[in-house]
Design a protein. Structure first.
Length: 264
């Protein structure tokens, strides 16, 4: 069967269309894996507060997102769709309409500070509600009273964070886990390299975030073997790399419980 060639006008029109699709800026944003930051290396400082060295490592994960002022061109979008390490989203799905890069940086910084404050309250509230974990010997008959005396001395104003070049609220969960590890003599991590993500509130409830698969991939690349993710992100998690286990949690208490029981 013979097919007639397309009319020249149609061919030219299609050529122009594909040319414009290649060179015209498009309203999309690209999400890429970011860097991992070991929270136990200079991120948390204590003032007049007993704290103890950690045997493991816990990483704060980040993602990189093209800024709201930029326009993405066709070839880069096609490459990002093909790449297993990149995701493409409509810009409106990530940034509110009219958001500038300056506004986004300001908001991200404010969200990071807020997540740190909430993590401090979440960790202190958890320790005060579970005082046995603060006792040197949790099996001792007076473990609760000893732990409670220690927990009651904790003051949120004596705990500070210093995070470099990372914004947003998604560090809340790992900040809180790190604080529980550092404020107790018990070795909760037991030498394990873990990572995670998720917002947190003062009651220790974990909330969902964006870029979950990119963060898991980044964590695996730096050697983490366990990754805590918000349970609300469970349906989005896909293509988990070999060598890392993903555990979804709804609260800080669930994460701590998993760490305490997984090695028994």
């Amino acid at each position: 069967m013979r097919f007639s060639p397309l009319p020249r006008l149609v061919t030219i029109t299609l050529g122009i269309f594909f040319l414009l699709a290649t060179i015209a800026p498009l309203p999309f944003a690209i999400v890429l894996p970011g860097e991992a930051q070991n929270i136990f290396k200079g991120v948390i400082t204590f003032k007049s507060t007993d704290n103890y060295p950690a045997s493991g490592r816990i990483d704060l994960m980040s993602i990189r997102v093209t800024n709201p002022d930029s326009w993405i061109f066709g070839p880069e979008i096609i490459y990002s769709w093909i790449s297993s390490e990149r995701s493409v989203y409509p810009k409106s799905a990530i940034f509110p309409p009219g958001t500038t890069s300056k506004e986004e940086r300001k908001q991200a910084k404010a969200e990071m500070v807020s997540s740190q404050d909430k993590a401090i309250y979440a960790a202190v509230n958890y320790l005060q509600a579970n005082p046995k974990i603060m006792a040197t010997d949790s099996s001792a008959t007076d473990a609760v009273s000893i732990g409670k005396a220690r927990a009651d001395k904790l003051e949120t104003k004596n705990i500070q964070f210093k995070v470099k070049e990372t914004g947003g609220p998604s560090g809340g969960l790992v900040f809180a886990i790190a604080l529980v590890e550092l404020l107790t003599e018990r070795d909760i991590l037991q030498g394990e390299h873990i990572a995670g993500t998720g917002t947190i509130n003062a009651r220790g409830i974990v909330g969902g975030i964006g870029g979950i698969n990119e963060k898991i991939a980044s964590a695996q690349k730096v050697g983490a073997t366990l990754f805590f993710a918000p349970v609300s992100n469970a349906t989005e998690i896909a293509n988990i790399p070999a060598g890392i286990k993903v555990v979804t949690v709804a609260t800080l208490a669930q994460a701590i419980s998993y760490l305490e029981t997984s090695k028994k």
